[in-house]
Design a protein around this ligand. Structure first.
Ligand SMILES: *Cc1c(COP(=O)(O)O)cnc(C)c1O
Length: 471
């Protein structure tokens, strides 16, 4: 392909993309294909010769699109969103065109310096104190792994990387029972072992489903008495199932009493902290060592861009920096090599998409969207609460609540499946204290009040239809 053809196709794909987004409301949200249906349309072996772009691109509409679940659909109410605002998509195109590998300052000074600045904009926007330093990780999972490795090294006097873990003490890390599975995985990968992730129960009756900090303190004391070495605590702000949120200040009180490294996982809910009125949800976060939030979820930078803030990066860098001779930047003082702050060496120029997003909407534009989502979802919750047979299982935390019809788990699972087969909206289920509940989260970037309100009609209509069928 020559560059003139490239330019023509870039334009065509831009037009195709705009048409796709404008027509999203007419598509079923969840892909409606069966397993294997897409793969069966691809040849078994790669082509030996080149194909014209015309043919390659035609297969997007023909083969790929039927197998796409439309995450940017305004009525995507499942999981958490993966919002992608158009300015950030354009920035990502620029990143792809430059295709710079931004592992060190000198491998693209602009990438490092824009990242530093834009993450500081975000820090200010979130109300984190001055001094917190940000780095872009590819995902919250990676940020949490980096934090867990830092807990490990700090507890082992920074000797674990060299000596391995076999001779060392048994380390313990603490969190609530409501944390995301990425915490468990980080514990596995860090060599700490699932058995040493102590899942402390939540406070009975707490509407926020936060960790019982009395039980946390007791667990740490019991572990110390038993000869274990406590290494860190992970607090949860806006857990995935129900939005469970720990009392961060109370967690910090305990962690500080034992000098433990603390990490706050606010992957989804963190975006809402752009709005000062929501910040009570993470009061005490300024005392954490490490905080992760995902602009690639609610905020609108297309996947992937996870913002990881460190109260001081020293321990993290001491854990992750590795400097063979060929990676050293000689003679340049006072520069940041962000690959020393993360697990992968290579890094894309991700900061561009946050830069474009923030400039494209302004902080106030982003706050308006976040506030609307919270208001609309809480309105829908009230509508459903008034509906006969509906129980609100967990109250709204920001823009997430869970509900169920009656007491039959199987009926609620059938209802979710029927709703998703219908295609007008997309929901997922969760378990709350062992019981099946339906999650509703309305944080899609382009959602309107009408889109969220549509959900009420769809849910009640399909519940009535399958309720009758069941009788
Ligand atoms: C989505 C989510 C994660 C994982 O985020 P990735 O960026 O996909 O790794 C972690 N924690 C919580 C609370 C989440 O909602």
């Amino acid at each position: 392909m020559n560059w003139d053809e490239y330019a023509e196709w870039a334009g065509r794909i831009g037009t195709w993309g705009a048409d796709y987004h404008k027509g999203l409301r007419h598509r079923p949200v969840r892909a409606q294909t069966r397993p294997g249906e897409i793969a069966a349309q691809l040849p078994e072996s790669p082509p030996e010769g080149p194909a014209p772009m015309e043919d390659i691109f035609a297969d997007i509409d023909r083969i790929v699109m039927p197998g796409i679940t439309h995450w940017q659909h305004p009525r995507f109410f499942a999981y958490f969103p993966s919002n992608a605002a158009p300015p950030s998509m354009l920035a990502d195109q620029v990143t792809s065109v430059l295709a710079a590998q931004c592992m060190l300052w000198q491998t693209s000074p602009a990438a490092t310096e824009v990242e530093t600045k834009v993450l500081d904009w975000l820090r200010q926007g979130l109300g984190l104190p001055e001094g917190f330093a940000g780095v872009i990780q590819d995902s919250a999972s990676s940020a949490t792994l980096a934090a867990v490795l830092t807990m490990r090294e700090r507890a082992l006097n920074f000797e674990g990387n060299r000596k391995g873990l076999a001779q060392g003490p048994v380390l313990r890390i603490y969190c609530s029972a409501e944390v995301h599975s990425s915490i468990d995985k980080a514990i596995w990968v860090a060599g700490i072992g699932q058995d040493n992730l102590v899942k402390v129960p939540i406070t009975p009756g707490d509407p926020l489903r936060g960790i019982d900090t009395g039980a946390l303190r007791a667990a740490i004391e019991a572990d110390k008495a038993a000869g274990f070495v406590p290494a860190g605590v992970i607090a949860c702000v806006g857990g995935t199932g129900t939005g469970a949120t720990d009392n961060v200040a109370a967690v910090m009180d305990v962690a500080e009493a034992f000098d433990l490294f603390t990490h706050v996982d606010a992957a989804w809910a963190g975006s809402a902290m752009l709005c000062p009125e929501f910040r009570t949800l993470w009061d005490g976060v300024d005392r954490a060592h490490s905080v992760v939030m995902n602009p690639h979820k609610w905020l609108g930078t297309n996947f992937d861009l996870s913002a990881h803030f460190l109260r001081t990066p020293d321990d993290l860098v001491r854990t992750l920096a590795i400097q063979p001779e060929y990676l050293k930047t000689h003679g340049a003082d006072g520069i940041i090599n962000y690959s020393e702050w993360s697990i992968p060496l290579g890094r894309r120029f991700r900061a561009l998409k946050l830069w474009f997003l923030i400039r494209g909407y302004g902080m106030e534009g982003l706050r308006t969207r976040l506030r609307n989502h919270v208001t609309w979802v809480q309105g829908l919750c009230e509508q459903l609460r008034a509906e006969p047979g509906v129980e609100i299982v967990t109250e709204p935390i920001l823009a997430l609540f869970t509900f169920r019809y009656g007491t039959d788990d199987a009926f609620n699972l059938d209802l979710v499946n029927a709703i998703n087969d219908d295609g007008r909206i997309y929901l997922t289920q969760t378990k709350v204290d062992g019981v099946t509940a339906i999650r509703f989260t309305g944080c899609q970037f382009d959602a309107t009040r009408e889109d969220v309100e549509t959900a009420f009609g769809v849910i009640t209509e399909i519940a009535a239809a399958i309720g009758e069928g069941a009788q």
